[in-house]
Design a protein around this ligand. Sequence first.
Ligand SMILES: Cc1cc2nc3c(=O)[nH]c(=O)nc-3n(C[C@H](O)[C@H](O)[C@H](O)COP(=O)(O)O)c2cc1C
Length: 170
Amino acid sequence: MDFTTLCKERYSVRKFSDKQIPEEVLNKVLVDGNLAPTAKNNNPVRLLICKSEEAIQKAKECSPCVYGAPAVIIVCVDKDICWNSTDGKRSSDAIDATLVGSQLMLSATENGLGTCFVLLFDPDKTKELFSLPENIKPIFFLPIGYASDDCKPNERHFIRNKVEDITTIL
Ligand SMILES: Cc1cc2nc3c(=O)[nH]c(=O)nc-3n(C[C@H](O)[C@H](O)[C@H](O)COP(=O)(O)O)c2cc1C
C-alpha cells in the first residue's frame, strides 16, 4: 500500500471481531511503532499489551472504549526518561507516546488490523489496576484487532479541513 492510500485506509475501528492477532503480526506492528522518533532519542515509551482475559477485563474497567478488541495496547511513558525542559514547564511525554501511536496505527492498517486512539480512560484507575510505578504515566489506550465484518468508518472519518484552510504560506 502506498503511503497516501495507507493514510486514507486507516480509520477508528469501534467494533472488533474476536479473531486473535497472530503473534508475528502483532510483533511486526510493535517493531514499526518502536521505530518512531522520540525527543533526544530518549526512548521513554512503554507499551502494556493487554491480551489475557484478565488484562482485557481490567482495560474495560478503565475505559468504555475497548470496543471488543482482542488486545489493548496501553501506551505509557517513563516520566523519568522522557525529555523535560530545565524549567520543568514542558515535557515530551505525550508527544513521544503519540508518535509511537501514530506508527502503530498505520502499521496495523498495513497489516490488516484496525485500531482506535482512545483518550477516554481513567489514568488513576489504570495505574492502580495495572500496578504501574509512579514514573510510568499512561497516555492513551489503543484497542487493536481485526475489524468486525460490519464495521465501517464513522462519518467523522470523512470530515477534514481543506489543506489550504489550515496552512499559511509565508
Ligand atoms: C487525541 C485523540 C483522542 C481520541 N479519543 C477517542 C476516544 O476516547 N474514544 C474514541 O472512540 N475515539 C477517540 N478518538 C478517535 C477520533 O474520534 C477519530 O480519530 C476522529 O473522529 C477521526 O476519525 P477517524 O479516526 O476514523 O479518521 C481519539 C482520537 C484522537 C486523535
